[in-house]
Design a protein around this ligand. Structure first.
Ligand code: BES
Ligand code: ZN
Ligand code: ZN
Length: 499
């Protein structure tokens, strides 16, 4: 994308398409008259008559036939009441524009930045949200249709109509775009069919990412996992013809390797449920069971771009969960990497087994804080719906810090309790230290709580994204399919620590 480093006016901008925000009370919009002088007085009549909607996230397209070398159309995007406007509303407004631009195959735009400002949001903040929102909305889902011959379009030219400091505007737009691009990468990973994304493929992807940003990367194969005794991930992998992988990426932004944040991702590339087989309808969509891994990789991409002064280690356990004569079974007793034994009661509760070993490994790599991200349970969807990520924690302070990041990105996270009696049920087994499926009542808590057993006192947050990682229908920030949820929040957490 070419983001033009030169401030433009309505007259000097050279795009065919101009993007303008319209707020409910025109008299409160700064410098509206500059625009109406340019466009002509009729614009005020139309706005007054309601021909141009000021309703939040509603777009009105008007052709422009005035005197200008390039301008052909204007997209007015409604922003609603000025005093109700939030960063999230603005981000979503830009995403709505992004979707419309995509649908109309527009790839070259100019944005009148000031039209989106309020007392709370100055042009730099608007530029950031524009960079994020427009690029999130513009996302294209890959298609494998052989009949489609339409070339893909990209948003590849952006200019700013602004009187603010153009360097600041451009820099903020670029950072917003870095965030959106990473989310879009995560979306694409999630949307990949499982025959095209095995654990080996995911590890190759991670290696490539690490190489682009000069990050340290380590990939452990099956033999290496056997040598280490990673019984969790290996048991889940037993039924598969595909090898498992444990992926570790390190980003060192401080002189010493201390105060390390660990991101741990569930990278189950397909979840059939194993012998506790999923019903046929429940299995479709399980290509997205690596959404946690995608979130972690997306966050590492942002960190690789923005280079904060923080230390981060990402660990992803990856395998599929299949059936065969060699697959693990309910009633198996397995020994995890940290030495704890687990009675397997349900092979469909596989994510927690994979994550547990990855958590232990992250701690060994020096993680002082742990956040695991996983499409872990259907229970979180029953509890919170498809638009809220469920959380658990063992550390109030760390969770508060995390929530600041989540609020900033607008990604809804809601914490559930994890009580001593919940832990007792996870630890209840006649033959082992833990069991992997204490029951269906409140099972989001058991799933996350099981992973928490492997934090062993390290401050830890669990994020169950089973509901939020994959959208069943188009939503405010993008299309149906992988959402890339938590990419932005994880990266923002690191960024906030940097300040
Ligand atoms: N991958 C699933 C969870 C899931 C469900 C993700 C729906 C996305 C959408 C997970 O491995 C699983 O099967 N969990 C079981 C746990 C149960 C056996 C205790 C579940 O939620 O039913
Ligand atoms: Zn499962
Ligand atoms: Zn799963």
């Amino acid at each position: 994308m070419n983001i033009e480093a030169k401030a433009r006016t309505f007259e000097t901008q050279t795009s065919e398409t101009l993007i303008i925000g319209v707020q409910k009370h025109r008299e409160q919009m700064k410098n509206w008259s500059t625009f109406s002088d340019f466009y002509g007085e009729t614009i005020n009549t139309w706005l007054h008559a309601g021909e141009i909607s000021t309703d939040s996230k509603t777009i009105t397209k008007l052709p422009f036939s005035g005197n200008h070398t390039s301008l052909k159309r204007i997209y007015f995007v409604g922003l609603g009441e000025r005093k109700h406007m939030t960063a999230n509303e603005l981000r979503e407004a830009f995403a709505t524009v992004g979707k419309e631009l995509k649908a109309a195959k527009v790839s070259d735009i100019a944005i009148w930045v000031e039209s989106f400002t309020t007392d709370q949001f100055e042009e730099t903040e608007v530029a950031y949200l524009a960079g994020e929102g427009l690029n999130l909305g513009y996302y294209t889902t890959l298609s494998y249709k052989t009949t489609s011959n339409e070339p893909n379009t990209y948003l590849d030219q952006v200019q700013f109509v602004t009187e603010a400091n153009i360097e600041d505007v451009v820099e903020n737009f670029e950072i917003g775009k870095v965030y959106a691009d990473a989310v879009n990468e995560a979306r694409t990973l999630i949307n990949l069919p499982p025959n095209l994304l095995t654990a080996t493929d995911l590890a190759d992807y991670a290696t490539e990412l690490a190489n682009i940003y000069d990050l340290e990367v380590e990939i452990l194969n099956k033999t290496q996992l056997e040598e280490l005794g990673m019984g969790g991930i290996l048991s889940v992998n037993k039924g598969s013809v595909e090898e498992p992988r444990l992926i570790t990426i390190k980003y060192q932004g401080k002189p010493e390797w201390e105060d390390v944040i660990g991101f741990v991702g569930k990278g189950v590339t397909y979840d059939t449920g194993g012998y506790s087989l999923k019903p046929r309808d429940g299995m479709v969509g399980m290509k997205g069971d690596m959404g946690g891994a995608a979130a972690v990789l997306g966050a590492m991409r942002i960190i690789g771009e923005t280079r904060p002064k923080q230390n981060v280690v990402a660990v992803i356990g990856s395998t599929d969960n299949m059936v065969s004569g060699e697959a693990f079974k309910p009633d198996d007793v397995i020994t995890m990497y940290n030495g704890k034994t687990v009675e397997v009661l349900n092979t469909d509760a596989e994510g927690r087994l994979v994550l547990a070993d990855a958590m232990t490994y992250a701690k060994q790599q020096g993680a002082n804080y742990l956040i695991d991200v996983a499409t872990l349970t259907g229970g979180v969807i029953v509890a919170l719906g498809k638009d809220k990520t469920g959380a658990l924690t063992n550390d109030e302070e760390f969770f508060e810090e995390f929530m600041e990041a989540a609020i900033e990105t607008g990604e809804f996270v809601w914490r559930l309790p994890l009580t001593e009696s919940d832990k007792k049920r996870i630890r209840k087994s006649e033959v082992a230290d833990l069991n992997n499926s204490p029951g269906r009542d409140g099972h989001m808590i058991f799933g996350g709580g099981f992973v928490g057993e492997f934090a062993e006192g390290t401050p830890w947050i669990h994020l169950d994204i089973a509901g939020t990682s994959d959208a069943g229908a188009p939503h405010a920030l993008g299309p149906k399919g992988g959402t890339g949820v938590m990419v932005r929040t994880l990266a923002t957490l690191v960024e906030l620590r940097d300040n």
